[in-house]
Write a protein that binds this ligand. Structure first.
Ligand code: SF4
Ligand code: SF4
Length: 83
């Protein structure tokens, strides 16, 4: 599911077919963007700064960050020590 682009030009794409609602991404998000709903993960896209911590930590490869061109942002640029 794609949310609307936020002011910083990032959009979170949640693949609900993969997400197991484990909450790992919720725990590492420094901006309080992600929350576990009753059955699904929900995101307040307007707060996202595009740090990619959630995409790195997800064990199911269910989260992707995209820039304003629609390109998927890779996670290699984020150092694991920052998580
Ligand atoms: S870490 Fe991945 S599998 Fe777990 S709740 Fe987040 S998106 Fe879903
Ligand atoms: S990219 Fe960073 S700020 Fe945006 S939802 Fe993921 S962890 Fe939160």
């Amino acid at each position: 599911m794609k949310a609307a682009m936020n002011k910083d030009g990032f959009v979170i794409d949640i693949d609900y077919g993969r997400c197991g609602n484990c909450g790992a991404c919720v725990a590492v998000c420094p901006e309080g963007v992600l929350h576990l709903g009753t059955l699904i993960l929900v995101a307040d896209n307007n707060k996202c700064t595009g740090c990619k911590r959630c995409a790195i930590i997800c064990p199911a490869d269910a989260l992707k960050l995209m820039d304003m061109t629609g390109s998927v942002l890779t996670v290699e640029s984020v150092d694991a020590k920052d998580l």
